[in-house]
Design a protein. Structure first.
Length: 381
């Protein structure tokens, strides 16, 4: 590999693009570099690639786009490919081409591509649907592999710790609570506490211990959150000690609990886009709660309410007063700080329900804290 000034000129030439010499570096590209420049120019240059060997720009045809997708997967790492794919969809209006099977077979699957496919699902021809499902399933399986074990471990531990006993085995003693319960038995002379009463954890019992309701906003801005929520819903539903309900909403409400055994079915049952009626969705969730003290409701929404604001806030307050643990997540994704309704977020916080964005990696800890009724691990803004 080249080094020094020649390599710097090469990199600047790839960054600046343009016709040979037009960008001011005086550096001409050949071979692999020319092909990389062509792939970049087709997307960002507004014209044809510098090379004519591997296609001629991104016209409105699936074959040319499929060839370009193959090129960028050859020349760039997966993380860069995903960015370029998103830019191609946004900048060049290529979403419609994702309805063609050969296009889908060439893409690098990621959460954002899944979100785009879901937004197109109602217009998707049958010839494309199975290919699209395969793309979505690949992303879902990768997310499950990354998140499932940690989620089950965190929540199983939380469930064990919520079951207290006065006759714990030695390894199950909660020493912090035991010491606090026996402070009256402190012996200054010996500098110790006599543990007259032990407090510990019971082993998890059979049957449902907690109920979790995931209430997910399926407006277009929440697309990545919907994908992650479907995966987490399936993971939670696989735990016998947790009864999980998944509700998605826009201005209407859909209960997808019966499909939680397959998150791909859940995702294709969603309809991304449309308005938002959080109050109606929470009313439905509230009507399904039978054990408030053992229930955690997780609202995943940017809080741009199109329904009755005051009723929504009263409903949250009523659920909390009944014993429900209420968690409001402004996003469940890795996309960084989300846009959200700050007035509604502040109103929820004033009612003891802080609203914050959550990454998928943090979600197991948030759920464990909610189950144990501990302070939530809210990330710093």
């Amino acid at each position: 590999m080249e080094s020094g000034p020649h390599e710097r000129l090469r990199r600047w030439r790839l960054v600046l693009g343009g016709e040979p010499g037009a960008e001011g570096t005086g550096r001409e590209l050949a071979g692999r570099d020319a092909a990389m420049d062509g792939a970049l120019g087709a997307l960002y240059g507004g014209g044809k690639p510098a090379t004519q060997d591997r296609g001629a720009g991104l016209g409105a045809s699936a074959p040319s786009v499929a060839r370009w997708l193959g090129d960028i997967r050859t020349y760039f790492p997966s993380s860069v490919v995903q960015v370029m794919q998103r830019d191609a969809i946004d900048r060049l209006g290529l979403a419609a081409l994702l309805l063609e099977p050969e296009m889908l077979q060439a893409v690098e699957p990621d959460v954002h591509l899944v979100a785009t496919l879901l937004s197109l699902s109602q217009a998707m021809p049958e010839t494309t649907r199975e290919t699209a499902r395969a793309v979505v399933r690949k992303v879902v399986e990768e997310l499950e592999k990354r998140l499932a074990t940690r989620t089950r471990t965190a929540l199983t531990g939380a469930l064990d710790r919520t079951a207290r006993t006065g006759r714990p085995r030695h390894r199950d003693i909660d020493w912090d609570r035991t010491i606090r319960a026996n402070l009256k038995n402190y012996l200054p002379r010996y500098g110790t506490v006599v543990p007259e009463r032990l407090v510990g954890y019971a082993r998890a019992t059979r049957g449902v211990r907690k109920e979790v309701v995931l209430c997910v906003d399926q407006s277009g801005s929440m697309a990545a959150s919907v994908v992650h929520a479907a995966v987490f819903g399936a993971v939670l539903a696989s735990m016998r000690s947790i009864a999980t309900r998944l509700v998605v909403f826009d201005t209407a409400v859909a209960d997808l609990t019966d499909q939680l055994d397959d998150p791909v079915d859940v995702l294709f049952a969603t309809q991304l886009g449309g308005g938002t009626d959080i109050n109606r969705a929470l009313a439905y969730c509230q009507s399904r709660i039978t054990r408030p003290a053992d229930t955690v409701v997780v609202l995943i929404s940017d809080l741009y309410e199109g329904g009755i604001r005051d009723e929504m806030l009263k409903r949250v307050a009523a659920m909390k007063a009944s014993g429900v643990q209420f968690v409001a997540l402004l996003a469940l994704s890795d996309d960084g700080a989300p846009a959200y309704d700050r007035e509604h977020a502040a109103a929820l916080a004033a009612r003891g329900a802080p609203a914050f964005a959550c990454t998928p990696d943090l979600f197991p800890d948030v759920m464990a804290a909610a189950i144990e009724r501990r302070p939530l691990p809210i990330p710093e803004a």
